[in-house]
Design a protein around this ligand. Structure first.
Ligand code: ZN
Length: 373
């Protein structure tokens, strides 16, 4: 994950902040403290404009976080595990989640975010009513936050995939038609259409109304939406593409057997770089103790390679789920998402014949989709 800042864990979900957020934060703070508050509420000391501007921006950021958290918690209750979330420029767009397997679960999860934003907007509206005419800086802050949270809810409810409204739309189509793929195709097409409408609207505003900044901003949002919709559709296609492959076709075979006491250094020098192997079976006297992939090796920093033994970083056998050569690859990817595991040994007639790693599965998908296969 390049370009993102780690925020830490909330309810066990890893939160990351895309670097674009820092730019947004500065833009919002500056426009509030420099323009909006001084324009609407003249006569405050200049320091107060900045303090209220910064606090307002931070509360806006917390509102977006709460929106995402609402998705995650409702998702989790409905059996959609979420590992991490990266907050992008529009907050609501990039949900790093596994796709829902039931329309009801998707509906609830998608609707939770806008519902949360509306609730927060309502709370700030109440705060505004209580402070209006009494504590002007707090009222100014509450007014803007009420407005922006309601705007966030409305923007996200636009029925174009992958916005929340697009997901709600897809879940309804899916419930009615029972066809996940077609529902996704329609919802992503609508998402692309909305994107193009925004772009055209932006161009009109630029050339007809000569409002260059607003026009450019609208066109930019449109371009972003259009891109996100196309990308989502391709991702769904990849996943569908996996249906056609069996475990046997996507697994890595010929995993060398290594002893549990080997160090990472020995492993890397002996196998990984010289023979290009990406998986290892850890066994002692013919008994399988665990498996190891490059994914495990990456968790150890290079200076520790010579003192770390394979058994310390391997995935032990009791944490493994096995898979069989004739299972279909998509169900394996879903099982990995659900159980939060990165690799599964492939067993045939009681013998480990290969390994499926999540990284490999995703790389396989990418190559397939690029070659049009
Ligand atoms: Zn959302």
């Amino acid at each position: 994950m390049g370009g993102a800042f780690n925020l830490g864990r909330v309810f066990g979900i890893q939160f990351r902040l895309d670097y674009t957020w820092f730019i947004i934060f500065m833009l919002i703070t500056t426009s509030l403290s420099w323009q909006l508050f001084p324009g609407s509420y003249p006569g405050w000391p200049w320091l107060l404009y900045w303090v209220i501007g910064i606090v307002t921006s931070l509360l806006f950021f917390a509102s977006v976080l709460a929106h995402e958290l609402a998705h995650s918690l409702v998702g989790r209750i409905n059996g959609i595990p979420i590992k991490s979330i990266t907050l992008f420029i529009f907050g609501g767009i990039a949900h790093m989640t596994k796709e829902a397997t039931r329309p009801g679960a998707e509906f609830k999860m998608a609707a939770a975010g806008p519902a949360c934003s509306l609730a927060i907007g309502g709370l700030f509206a109440l705060l505004y009513l209580f402070t209006h005419g009494r504590i002007e800086p707090i009222a100014a802050m509450a007014y803007w936050l009420a407005y922006i949270n309601v705007a966030l809810a409305i923007f996200n409810l636009i029925p174009g995939f992958p916005l929340d409204g697009g997901r709600v739309f897809r879940s309804i189509l899916w419930r009615v038609s029972g066809n996940y793929k077609r529902s996704t195709r329609i919802a992503t097409r609508v998402g692309q259409g909305v994107g193009y409408l925004f772009i055209m609207g932006g161009i009109l505003i630029m050339f007809v109304l000569h409002d260059w900044l607003s026009g450019l901003w609208l066109a930019f949002i449109g371009w972003f939406l259009q891109n996100a919709a196309s990308l989502s559709y391709r991702q769904v296609q990849w996943r569908e593409g996996l249906h056609r492959f069996t475990v046997l076709e996507v697994m890595t075979a010929d995993c060398p057997v290594v002893p549990p006491t080997a160090t990472v250094n020995q492993l890397v020098q002996g196998y990984a770089f010289t023979t290009g192997h990406h998986c290892f079976l850890v066994a002692e006297e013919g008994r399988l103790m665990g498996i190891l992939t490059l994914h495990n090796i990456k968790t150890v920093s290079q200076p520790d390679w010579s003192v770390t033994q394979v058994k310390e970083i391997m995935t032990p056998v009791d944490k493994l789920k096995v898979t069989y050569p004739d299972q279909d690859a998509l169900s394996i990817l879903e099982q990995m998402d659900e159980s939060n595991i990165n690799q599964m040994p492939v067993v045939s007639e009681g013998r480990v014949i290969g390994l499926i790693a999540r990284d490999n599965l995703i790389r396989f998908l990418r190559i397939r989709s690029q070659s049009g296969g």
